[in-house]
Design a protein around this ligand. Structure first.
Ligand code: IMP
Length: 208
């Protein structure tokens, strides 16, 4: 059985991505956990050497748990575009280059789609995937994965969210993730779905 996290536990959020840290903090706050980010503890960012979201999530959570002596929660996530054979996938952050410029990354996705003649919605199908990993200082790990399906719009719309949010329209929605309030995104996102699995396996009831 998966080991549970008791209320009041101090948890390291094993990420250096401000957007993800904010979303994970929003998600765990109602469960009575206190969170500190890896950056605040001076923990370095390990190189993501695995070939899957789950593998990279495990690597990042273990790195923070071993360095801090606290349980650590990581997220490895990305955008997978059907017509690009799943790219950028685990390379989603890397497509933005050293300056982490997601306008540039979105443009690159659009250009590659255009070069495949993928102008109609059917061939612009994409999904976000998130793998969350909870790691313990003794090396135990559990991974939870969530996905949200939709298609890519151009030009990008909205300045909320982060990363590729402005070009992602989830199935059945009229607003892109970049136009949605955080709460609306949390109701359907890949991260929220992975988080729901993590909650039922590892956490006790919400405050509200
Ligand atoms: P990594 O998991 O830190 O390697 O980076 C994942 C990258 O995927 C992020 O930098 C974003 O570009 C993208 N990504 C992951 N989740 C989301 C999301 O919820 N919205 C938009 N982009 C995302």
């Amino acid at each position: 059985m998966t080991r549970r996290l008791e209320r009041g536990t101090r948890l390291v959020v094993a990420s250096h991505n401000a957007g993800k840290i904010r979303e994970i903090n929003d998600l765990i706050r109602p469960f009575g956990l206190t969170a500190v980010s890896a950056g605040e503890l001076g923990i370095s960012e390990p190189e993501e050497t695995e070939a899957t979201f789950a593998g990279n999530a495990r690597l990042k959570a273990l790195h923070s748990a071993l360095a801090s002596g606290l349980p650590a929660l990581s997220d490895d996530s990305g955008l997978e575009v059907d017509a690009l054979d799943g790219a950028p996938g685990i390379y989603s952050a890397r497509w933005a280059g050293a300056s982490k410029d997601f306008n540039y990354a979105m443009q690159r996705v659009e250009q590659e789609l255009q070069s495949k003649f993928a102008a109609d919605p059917g061939s612009r199908r994409a999904n976000f995937t998130a793998a969350l990993c909870l790691a313990w200082p003794d090396g135990e790990t559990d991974v939870f994965e969530g996905k949200v399906f939709g298609h890519l719009v151009w030009p990008p719309r909205g300045d909320k969210g982060f990363g590729y949010d402005p070009m992602f329209l989830a199935n059945g929605e009229t607003l892109t993730f970049g136009e949605m309030d955080a709460e609306a995104k949390h109701a359907i996102s890949h991260r929220a779905r992975a988080f729901a699995l993590f909650v039922s396996a590892c956490l006790d009831g919400r405050d509200d």
